[in-house]
Write a protein that binds this ligand. Structure first.
Ligand SMILES: [Zn+2]
Length: 169
């Protein structure tokens, strides 16, 4: 069994500069924002975090794998989902310029994000953020499901509306 990453706190800049690596697992139940959209709280996410310094810049690469159920937006039933996401995060040191997506020549890689350096970054927060970005906004079974027969007047606020809002940032 792999080690738990719950509670692990890193200095992101130091982690990248020193080329450190850590791998382990995180239960969905440890990620509160994910619990709202995932139907399987006991699912485990397997994660790898690697730091590196390249061309004077500091990077974290984060791989996350997991299988859990999302909630189908049509029938509200469970929908199996396989998560495979690889994120590149540029760690911006205090005073360092933020990458300009339009102008910078290749410094910001395709699909890379920039994050401010933190001396006490919870690894689970990085993981939660990337998982939320990797989820479909409105998951639906491809076929064979129908909306629940009983329709209530007052519908519960969809957690996916919250997620859609997050994705705009
Ligand atoms: Zn469905």
């Amino acid at each position: 069994m792999s080690r738990s990453l719950v509670g692990l706190v890193i200095d992101t800049l130091e982690f990248a500069r020193e080329g450190r690596s850590v791998s382990g697992s995180v239960p969905v139940s440890a990620l509160p924002r994910l619990l709202d959209v995932v139907g399987t709280a006991d699912a485990l996410l397997e994660c790898e975090l690697h730091g590196r310094r390249e061309n004077g810049r500091n990077w974290l690469s984060l791989q996350i794998r997991g299988e859990f159920d999302l909630i189908c937006q049509r029938c509200l039933g469970p929908m199996p989902f396989v998560l495979e996401t690889d994120a590149e995060l540029q760690v911006i040191a205090p005073g360092e310029a933020w990458p300009d997506e339009a102008l910078e020549d290749g410094a910001l890689r395709l699909g890379a994000d920039a994050i401010a350096a933190e001396t006490a970054q919870a690894v689970t927060d990085l993981i939660e953020e990337e998982v939320l970005l990797a989820l479909p906004v409105a998951p639906k079974h491809e076929e064979g499901c129908e909306p629940p027969a009983r329709s209530d007047d007052k519908r519960a606020a969809s957690p996916f509306a919250v997620l859609a809002k997050l994705k705009k940032h």
